[in-house]
Design a protein around this ligand. Sequence first.
Ligand code: KPL
Length: 305
Amino acid sequence: MLHVLGAGSLGLLWAARLAVAGVDVRVILRDAQALQHWQAAGSSVLFEHSGRRCRVPLPAQLPDSQEQPIRALILATKAYSAESALHSVAKRLMPGASVLMLQNGMGSQQAASLAYPHQQVLYASVTDGVWMPAPRHIVWAGQGTTQVGDPDANPCPQWLEQLDREVIDWHWHPQILNTLWQKLAINCAINPYTALHDCCNGEVLERAGKQMAPLIHELHSLLALHIPGYRLTELSERIHQVIEHTANNSSSMRQDVHARRRTEISYITGFTCQAARQSGLETPVLDRLHEALKTHLATLGLPTD
Ligand code: KPL
């Protein structure tokens, strides 16, 4: 049995795909009220993909459920909730259980590794596009891939090895931190502009104007410290490609702002500014972008962290 903690769009996308494929899966909900609503609504989700809709039954439970211990946990909360969510099920984790972290940005993954040295904490980078037009209704808008790896170079756990790639297009990545750094840089170059200008990803280059080239330069200086031999042109091409391929998407940060939710700024530009400082790098363009974003969020009455 697999457990999915976090009933946002990504958590439900994982749970629904697993359930459709016949995997025994449980969704862990935050509290009794959430469970009551879930059960009252029929313990299922509406799953929409390529114009087709189906109802997928998904049993749910509470973090302290006595049902089964947890062997494999897919942690799909927002980055800022990951630590407390993990803490809520800590007592149920079997010795050596694996925790697959699906969070955006960086920082929450390392915090989990530090706090749970006896679990296999796996890091992942996800490129699926998914959104929820209504509670318990998920629309899988863009089929992506999931890169997974163990930062401590342990082998892939058996439950994941057995997961059919037709169900979830996952790939084991021996250098998962490299993938996470690159995704972080992409998010730093795209998400803030989409939130600041309330625009889709495709408009980012126009909105960033002359800032984009020096920003990519700064991001590359940091990435090159972590990924030996990493070229500036590679990062620049990657960022331009993602902007083009996701041109009509609303970034996760813009979606958060629209929903008046806390954003993951601390795990995206915040983490990156801090990592640059720790490495003695100056990143004036990124710093200004981070500050502008904080001011914008404050103006909207949203948390700035
Ligand atoms: O990951 C993303 C996000 O929205 O957080 C990008 C790559 C910007 C795609 O929308």
